[in-house]
Design a protein around this ligand. Structure first.
Ligand SMILES: Cc1cc2nc3c(=O)[nH]c(=O)nc-3n(C[C@H](O)[C@H](O)[C@H](O)COP(=O)(O)OP(=O)(O)OC[C@H]3O[C@@H](n4cnc5c(N)ncnc54)[C@H](O)[C@@H]3O)c2cc1C
Length: 478
C-alpha cells in the first residue's frame, strides 16, 4: 500500500526529531517520521555521554566546529522550554604529563578560534582545589565553563512530543530500504509499502551513508565506532562536580568521568571500530579498558556501586566531518553525525528546516499558530514532602510507589505511556520516567510496569516487550 506525505524524515534520533519539531513549528505541511526501531531515540541518541560540548574539540573551519558552537548556545533555552534536565556543570580536560600539556594548549587555541567563551588553563594546585578527587598526578587542565550535561533521550522524547503536538506523525518498526526519485519528489521503499513524498530528509544515523549513496555520486562510508560505558549509582557526594575528560586521541575524546543530570556517575566510552553497526554489546575487555582509564582520572574509582553498563555506536564518516545539507533535488541529509552530534542537533535541525522550506519547488504553507510543548509534571522524587502530599491528594496513583530505587509512582508511569509519543515498552517507560533505572534495574518494578503497559495499551501481558523488537517479557501465562 502506498501512502503520501509532504516531508518524510527517516530516523527518529535527536537529529530527526529536532528537524521534525523545527519543521512542524514553521509549516502546516504533512510531516511523517519513519523509524526502523519501535521507539524514538533507539540509536546513538540514547547511548552517549550526554555532554553538551563547549566546542574546543573540532578543527576550526569544520562543520563540526561551526554546528557544535551554534548548537551549544541553543541548549539552555531549548531545555528550559522543553523541561529537559540540563546542567551547565563545566568541564576540565586534564593533562597528566608535559605532552598532554601541549595538547591542552592546542585545545585552548582551537576553542578560541571556534569562538568558545571562558576557556582557560588551570594549573595543578587550583585544579586539585576545584576537584579534590582528581588524580594528584595531574599537571594542568583546560577549563571549559560552558560545557554542560543533558539527558539525551529525554531531550529526544520532548522534541518528538512537541513535533507530534504540532501535527507530525511518527511511524515505528518501519525501515526505509531504498529511495527512488519521481517527477513530484521521492518514493521511500519499506517492507510495509512505498511512501511517496515531496521532500525527504535522511537522518538515519549509522544507516545514513547507505541511503546517501543511493542518491549521490559522491560516495561516503561510515565506520561503526562503539563506545562502552559503566553507570554508577547516585552517590551521596558526587566525586566530581564537572565533566572530567582526558586528552583526546585520534579515535575520539577519550574516557571521561562525569556526573549525569540524574546524579549518577558515568565512566567511558571506549572507541572500537566494529563491523556491525547494530552491535551494542558490552564486553569484559571493553569495560576493563574503561575502568583502567577511569582510574587514571579518579584513583578512588570503584565498581561496587555499578548499576549497569551499555554501549552506543558512533557513525564516523571516513573524511571526519558532518555532511549536512542538500544531496539531490528535494533530498536533504545529516550524515556522519558522530560526536558532537547531540550538541549540534538543534543547530543542524534549524538549518535543515530553513533550507527545506526555502526550496522553491516546495510550496509549504507557513504555520501561524503552534502548540505549546508537552508539560510533564515535576518528577515525584524532586518534590518537597508538602508537594508530594499534595500530588497524592490530587491523584491517589501518586501514592502507589512502583520503582522504589528511583521513587517513581504509578501516576508517572501512566503519564509516560500517555505522552504524545508515549512509551510502548518497558525500556520506553524506563527512559521516560526512570522506573527501572536504579540499583535493582527493574528487578522489583518490571512486573508492575508490564501490568500497567498492558492495561494502558489494551494488550495482553505476553505482548509487552522489554525494548524494540521481539524481546517479550513473558513467555506465557500459568
Ligand atoms: C559513545 C558515544 C558517545 C557520544 N557522546 C556524545 C556527547 O557527549 N555529546 C555529543 O554532542 N554527542 C555525543 N555523541 C554523538 C551523538 O550521540 C550522535 O551524534 C547523535 O545521537 C546522532 O543522532 P542521529 O539522530 O543522527 O542518529 P541516531 O540517534 O542513531 O538516530 C538515527 C535513527 O535512524 C534509525 N534508522 C536507521 N536506519 C533507518 C532506516 N533505513 N529506516 C528508518 N529508520 C532508520 C535508527 O534506528 C535511529 O533511531 C556520542 C555518540 C556515541 C555513540
Amino acid at each position: 500500500m502506498q501512502t503520501y506525505t509532504d516531508i518524510l524524515i527517516i530516523g527518529a534520533g535527536v537529529v530527526g526529531c529536532a528537524a521534525a519539531r523545527a519543521l512542524s513549528l514553521r509549516t502546516k505541511a504533512d510531516i511523517l517520521v519513519v523509524e526502523r526501531a519501535g521507539d524514538v531515540a533507539e540509536g546513538a541518541s540514547k547511548a552517549n555521554s550526554g555532554i553538551v560540548h563547549a566546542g574546543f574539540d573540532a578543527h576550526p573551519g569544520s562543520e563540526k566546529a561551526r554546528l557544535n558552537v551554534l548548537g551549544a548556545r541553543m541548549y539552555p533555552a531549548l531545555c528550559a522550554e522543553l523541561q529537559v534536565p540540563f546542567r551547565a556543570c563545566g568541564a576540565l580536560v586534564v593533562a597528566f604529563d608535559e605532552a598532554d600539556r601541549a595538547t591542552v594548549e592546542n585545545l585552548l587555541a582551537q576553542g578560541q578560534a571556534n569562538g568558545v567563551p571562558g576557556l582557560r588553563i588551570v594549573e595543578r594546585e587550583e585544579l586539585l582545589r576545584m576537584e579534590p578527587n582528581l588524580n594528584p598526578a595531574a599537571v594542568c587542565a583546560l577549563e571549559a565553563p560552558t560545557s554542560a550535561i543533558v539527558s539525551p533521550y529525554e531531550l529526544v522524547f520532548a522534541l518528538a512530543d512537541h513535533a507530534a503536538l504540532n501535527g507530525t506523525e511518527f511511524r515505528f518498526d518501519t525501515e526505509v530500504l531504498g529511495l527512488t526519485q519521481t517527477e513530484s519528489g521521492w518514493l521511500a521503499h519499506t517492507a510495509e509499502g512505498d511512501i511517496a513524498c515531496r521532500c525527504v530528509l535522511n537522518c538515519a544515523g549509522i544507516d545514513s551513508a547507505r541511503l546517501h549513496n543511493q542518491v549521490s555520486a559522491d560516495k561516503r562510508h561510515l565506520t561503526a565506532r562503539r563506545g562502552q560505558y559503566d553507570v554508577l549509582d547516585h552517590p551521596e557526594t558526587p566525586p566530581f562536580s564537572r565533566t572530567i575528560f582526558q586528552c583526546p586521541t585520534k579515535m575520539g575524546k577519550g574516557v571521561l568521568v562525569t556526573p549525569t543530570v540524574h546524579g549518577n556517575v558515568l565512566l567511558g566510552p571506549t572507541a572500537e571500530d566494529i563491523p556491525d553497526g547494530l552491535d551494542v554489546a558490552t564486553t569484559a575487555e571493553g569495560l576493563a579498558d574503561v575502568f583502567a582509564k577511569a582510574k587514571l582520572t579518579w584513583p578512588g574509582v570503584s565498581l561496587r556501586t555499578a548499576v549497569t553498563n551499555f554501549s552506543g555506536i558512533r557513525a564516523h564518516e571516513d573524511r571526519g566531518d558532518f555532511l549536512v545539507g542538500r544531496t539531490a533535488p528535494h533530498c536533504w541529509e545529516a550524515v556522519g553525525v558522530e560526536s558532537p552530534g547531540l550538541t549540534s542537533a538543534p543547530a543542524i535541525a534549524e538549518e535543515l528546516a530553513a533550507a527545506i522550506l526555502a526550496d522553491e519547488a516546495f510550496p509549504a504553507k507557513p504555520r501561524e499558530e503552534t502548540a505549546a510543548p508537552y508539560r510533564r509534571a515535576k518528577p515525584f522524587n524532586e518534590m518537597t514532602a508538602e508537594e508530594q502530599a499534595e500530588a497524592v491528594r490530587k491523584d491517589p496513583l501518586n501514592g502507589q510507589l512502583i520503582c522504589r530505587c528511583e521513587v517513581v509512582t504509578e501516576a508517572e508511569i501512566r503519564a509516560a505511556i500517555r505522552r504524545p509519543v508515549g512509551a510502548r515498552t518497558v525500556d520506553g517507560v524506563k527512559r521516560r520516567c526512570r522506573a527501572g533505572m536504579g540499583r535493582c534495574q527493574g528487578g522489583f518494578c518490571a512486573p508492575r510496569v508490564v501490568d500497567i503497559l498492558a492495561e494502558e495499551l489494551g494488550l495482553p501481558k505476553t505482548a509487552i516487550t522489554k525494548g524494540s523488537g521481539e524481546s517479550r517479557m513473558l513467555v506465557g501465562e500459568i
